[in-house]
Design a protein around this ligand. Structure first.
Ligand SMILES: [Zn+2]
Length: 136
């Protein structure tokens, strides 16, 4: 019986237990969970071509859809920030955007409405992580 259950889980799109994410996103989701000691298991995160043009990603009713076009354009650091931002909304219930900036004009939070530049994210990464930890 155990073998059968494993086979069904392997084939099923619904999966067993953990929500199915787009596989390429798993390292980013795991990074979020480890960094922030938070669970994203109630959220489904997927790459999609159905995201409105004005957005890089949307969080709606426990599902994060990330624009495939944006994902392909984004650098590694911006991909990480985007997943953190959306899981901040969808998994950790941070509803509001934070638009405060440092003296250099970089956003003080992953939860700014726009994902910041590579330079800003790299320069302030530790502070951004800290801000997020304080609000989860
Ligand atoms: Zn947002």
């Amino acid at each position: 019986m155990k073998k059968l259950l494993i086979l069904i889980c392997g084939l099923s799109l619904i999966g067993c237990g953990r929500a199915p994410h787009t596989k390429a996103l798993l390292p980013y989701i795991e990074n979020f969970e480890q960094t922030f000691k938070a669970s994203a298991s109630s959220v489904q995160v997927k790459l999609s071509q159905a995201v409105p043009d004005f957005a890089d990603a949307v969080c709606n009713k426990g599902t994060v859809l990330i624009s495939l076009d944006s994902w392909l354009e984004f650098s590694e650091v911006r991909r990480q920030a985007l997943v953190i931002h959306e899981l901040g909304h969808c998994a950790s219930n941070r509803k509001e955007h934070v638009e405060e900036v440092f003296a250099d004009g970089c956003f003080k939070s992953f939860m700014s409405a726009n994902i910041d530049s590579d330079d800003c994210l790299s320069t302030h990464w530790d502070e951004l992580v800290q801000e997020m930890k304080e609000h989860l």
